[in-house]
Design a protein around this ligand. Structure first.
Ligand SMILES: N[C@H](CCC[C@H](N)C(=O)O)C(=O)O
Length: 278
């Protein structure tokens, strides 16, 4: 099976072109195998690029533990790059679906290759039942959250996938790597959650570290950055247009007041292609 390794701001995935080869029979098992950074290729997960009715392609995203995710912000930018650069649909605006939702993407190219992508990520999901979380509030905003012997203030947002955002003075390893996995699997998140630890640098800039559901800490999380943009407005900490500075690079976010849509702009890069024994 041929694969392409790509990344968006360091959030790396193994991409499989299911236009030109069969769709893997067990993508969860394949995700676990190829993601392993010692016994496999090494990635944060697996993304299948599939034909879609009424859209240029469908994205099916699986975390490194094999769990399926409804959406992947860094991933969908790379899917658009692949679809354009590999000749599936050579236009500067594409429609990609994920979990039954359609997303509109605007591509910035240089020498015929996509370098940056602006994604209309749609409306944030703010009802607790749909995030989902058992915490009070639609959504919970700076809600007290007892965990690991401390009380955090959490703001919960879904971008199709669940996010738990907390603002800290310093996003330490103790918090991200120690508390992150405890929040990810806490029963107050019935479908687990991604966890964002945020340092506010000013009203237009944050520094973000993310413990991802199903993948652990990643160098960037696109849906997480969108959730952080929304949480910043809901908590009054940041403006509707921000830059999130992540370990792997910067993403630009905007929660547009008129449309209620969140827009994310960031890079997409192809690293190499290879063959994985079927
Ligand atoms: N771990 C996430 C999926 C990947 C999201 C992230 N890599 C992004 O760029 O949005 C989840 O299970 O919801």
């Amino acid at each position: 099976m041929q694969f392409t390794k790509m990344h968006g701001a360091g959030n790396d995935y193994i991409y499989v072109d299911c236009f030109r080869q069969p769709t893997p029979a067990d993508p969860a098992a394949l995700a676990r195998a190829v993601s392993n950074r010692h016994f496999g290729v090494g990635a944060d997960g697996l993304i299948l690029i599939c034909p879609a009715d009424g859209a240029d392609a469908e994205m099916r995203m699986f975390n490194a533990d094999g769990s399926y995710s409804e959406m992947c912000g860094n991933g969908i930018r790379c899917v658009a790059k692949f679809v354009h650069d590999h000749g599936i649909a050579v236009r500067d605006q594409l429609r990609i679906t994920s979990a039954g939702k359609q997303f509109l993407l605007d591509l910035e190219t240089r020498s015929g290759k996509v370098e940056r992508v602006r994604v209309d990520m749609g409306e944030p999901i703010l009802t607790a039942r749909d995030i989902p979380t058992t915490l009070a509030g639609d959504p919970p905003v700076d809600a007290p959250f007892e965990i690991a012997g401390r009380t955090l203030a959490v703001t919960c947002v879904s971008m199709g996938n669940p996010h738990c955002v907390t603002y800290v003075d310093s996003a330490t390893d103790e918090l991200v790597l120690g508390v992150g996995p405890q929040i990810e699997t806490d029963p107050r998140f019935p479908r687990r959650t991604n966890v964002e630890f945020i340092e506010v640098l000013n009203r237009e800039t944050v520094r973000q570290r993310t413990w991802e559901r199903g993948s652990g800490e990643t160098l960037a999380c696109g849906t997480g950055a969108c959730a952080v943009c929304v949480a910043g407005v809901l908590t009054g900490r940041t403006e509707r247009r921000i830059t999130s500075k992540l370990l792997g690079g910067d993403l630009q976010l905007e929660w547009d007041e008129a449309t209620n849509h969140v827009y994310m702009t960031g890079p997409a890069a192809e690293i190499f292609t290879g063959d994985w024994p079927a």
